[in-house]
Design a protein around this ligand. Structure first.
Ligand code: GLP
Length: 238
């Protein structure tokens, strides 16, 4: 894993947007697995701006969501669906045929997992995964203790995730379960970009870098991966 420390959130986000653009320019048919959350918001805004300004061809890439809260409507601004549409997909004029997001109301949750697994397999795996890191070290909704062999699955969310997750919603939400691309699939990405910014992520980054490498703190697993880049700002690196 490489560690890149950037001065601030703006620099970090610009560097992440660059990496995504490099990936798409190298492989115009790239499969991109995208996180939501506060961390990548500016990255997506900068990415969309550059794609439009520089006429970068994103018409053949394919986008998948890293995760989703089960039972949260796509119209809810706290949903991953809404976030990806608002900051990433709509601004870049990505066609619906280039996107696969999770159905938060899937009657058959196993089938929803299976269709994501099949899609990832059919495309030969993920080319670039952009992930954040949870306050408990989760990657997507791969919570502490998740098997490194896991494929897309439904996760019972940790208390930390349920509590911290309230920040995305305008009113109190019941968020007990999530659906997520699995650790095995994320860790097998050709390029894994993990991002963290701000003071509150400093203890998480410190444990990620210096603690045991274990699925009890999933983010620590990226240290094992030569194709991983951990990008942080100075506040998160302290
Ligand atoms: C959330 C999301 C993850 C995200 C992480 C960090 O629960 N489901 O995909 O990467 O936790 O979020 P944030 O960037 O808001 O700190």
């Amino acid at each position: 894993m490489e560690l890149h420390i950037h001065k601030d959130y703006a620099d970090l986000s610009a560097a992440a947007a660059n990496m995504i653009i490099d990936c798409v320019q190298e492989n115009p048919q790239a499969l991109l697995c995208m996180a939501t959350g506060d961390t990548p918001r500016l990255t997506y805004q900068l990415l969309a701006k550059r794609v439009l300004a520089e006429n970068i061809d994103v018409s053949r890439c394919f986008f998948i969501a890293l995760d989703e809260w089960l039972g949260v409507s796509p119209d809810n601004k706290g949903s991953c669906h809404w976030f990806l549409q608002e900051y990433l997909l709509r601004p870049m004029h990505i066609a619906p045929a280039q996107v696969h997001l999770f159905d938060a109301f899937a009657k058959d949750e196993q089938a929803a997992c299976e269709s994501m697994n099949q899609l990832i397999a059919a495309k030969g795996g993920i080319d670039l995964a952009l992930v954040g890191v949870g306050m408990n070290g989760h990657i997507g909704f791969n919570e502490p203790g998740t098997s490194v062999e896991s494929l897309t699955h439904v996760a019972v969310l940790d208390d930390t995730t349920q509590t911290v997750g309230q920040k995305y919603f305008s009113e109190k939400m019941e968020i007990k379960k999530g659906i997520t691309v699995g650790l095995q699939q994320v860790m097998a990405a050709q390029k894994l970009l993990m991002m963290a910014n701000g003071k509150k992520k400093a203890p998480v980054v410190s444990r990620l870098l210096t603690g045991d490498i274990s699925n009890q703190f999933p983010a620590s697993l990226v240290r094992l991966l030569p194709q991983a880049v951990l990008m942080v700002d100075e506040e998160a690196a302290l």
